[in-house]
Ligand binder design. Structure first.
Ligand code: S5P
Length: 272
C-alpha cells in the first residue's frame, strides 16, 4: 500500500492504463472528482442533463439499457458532449456472466458498449474468466474495467473474503482492471506480504449524497468528505443532482452539480 497520500496529478503521470490515465488527467484539468450517474429513461432528459452537468464532471455514468427511446444517435451525441465538455464515459453495465458471453454483451447487441464507453464494470462473481472475456474486447481499444468489490446497499454480500478475492483478481490483471466500485481504498487489501509492488487502484464510489441518508430501496448515502477520507477517488452522484423527477429543473441541476463538484474537490484538497 502506498505509504502516503498521492495526488491525482502524480498518479496520472505514472498510470499505465490509458483510460485510468485519461480519467486522472481530466480530474486534474477540471478540478473535479465528480461523476454524475444519469439514470433517466428518456433520451431528451438524458442528453439535457449531460449537457448541463458536463462542465462540472470528470466522468458521466450511464445505464443505457433504461432509455426507452434509445437509438444510435444518442451515442453520437453523448460522444460529442464528451468532447465538448471534456469528460469520460462509464457505462455501468455490471457484467456478471461467463467470459464468452460478456465479450459478446460488451462488443455487440444494440448498445455496442465497448465502442464508446471508456470505462465499464463487472461483478467478480464468475471469477477471473470474466476479466479475460472483457479484456479480449476492451484492452485493444484502450478501455478500463472496474470490479464491484463492495456495494453501497444495505445487506450487501460483497464484503470480507469476497472483497479480498476481488482485489486479488484485479492485481493479477492490472493492465485492464483499473480499480473498483467500492466504499474505501482497496490498496493493500488481501495482499501477500511477499508482494512489494505498490497498488494504485482507482476507487469510484456511489452512495453519495449531501441531503439524504438513503432511499426506500436499500440505497445508503455518505457525504463526499466521508468517502474521500476513506480513500475513494471519484464520487458518483445521481438523484442528489437531478432529483427524483418527473421533470428536470435545469437551474437546480446546474447548481447541484457545482455544489457536489466543489464538495468533492475541497474534500480532496483537505487530504493533500
Ligand atoms: O454499490 C453500488 C454500485 C453502483 S454502480 N451502488 C450504486 O448505487 N451504484 C449505482 O450508482 C446505481 O446503479 C446508480 O446508478 C448510482 C447511484 O444513484 P443515486 O441516485 O442513488 O445517487
Amino acid at each position: 500500500m502506498p505509504d502516503k497520500f498521492t495526488s491525482y496529478e502524480e498518479r496520472a503521470k505514472r498510470h499505465p492504463n490509458p483510460a485510468a490515465k485519461a480519467l486522472l488527467e481530466t480530474i486534474v484539468r477540471k478540478k473535479s472528482n465528480l461523476c454524475v450517474s444519469v439514470d433517466v429513461t428518456g433520451k431528451a432528459d438524458f442528453l439535457n442533463i449531460i449537457d448541463i452537468v458536463g462542465p462540472y464532471v470528470c466522468l458521466i455514468k450511464t445505464h443505457v439499457d433504461i432509455i426507452e427511446d434509445f437509438d444510435a444517435s444518442i451515442i453520437d451525441r453523448l460522444q460529442e458532449l464528451s468532447k465538448q465538455h471534456d469528460f469520460l464515459i462509464f457505462e455501468d453495465r455490471k457484467f456478471a456472466d461467463i467470459g464468452n458471453t460478456v465479450a459478446l454483451q460488451y462488443s455487440s447487441g444494440v448498445h455496442k458498449i465497448a465502442s464508446w464507453s471508456h470505462i465499464t464494470n463487472a461483478h467478480p462473481v464468475p471469477g477471473p474468466s470474466i476479466i479475460t472475456g472483457l479484456s479480449s474486447v476492451g484492452k485493444p481499444l484502450g478501455r478500463g474495467l472496474l470490479l464491484l468489490a463492495e456495494m453501497s446497499t444495505k445487506g450487501s454480500l460483497a464484503t470480507g473474503s469476497y472483497t479480498e478475492e476481488a482485489v486479488k483478481m484485479a492485481r493479477a490483471h492490472r493492465d485492464f482492471v483499473i480499480g473498483f466500485i467500492a466504499q474505501r481504498s482497496m490498496n493493500g487489501v488481501g495482499k501477500d506480504t511477499a508482494d512489494t509492488t505498490d497498488d494504485d487502484f482507482l476507487v469510484l464510489t456511489p452512495g453519495v449524497g449531501l441531503d439524504s441518508k438513503g432511499d426506500a430501496m436499500g440505497q445508503q448515502y455518505r457525504t463526499p468528505e466521508e468517502v474521500l477520507r476513506d480513500g475513494c477517488d471519484v464520487i458518483i452522484v445521481g438523484r442528489g443532482i437531478y432529483g427524483k423527477g418527473p421533470s428536470v429543473d435545469i437551474q437546480s441541476v446546474r447548481e447541484q452539480a457545482e455544489r457536489y463538484r466543489s464538495a468533492g474537490w475541497s474534500a480532496y484538497e483537505k487530504l493533500l
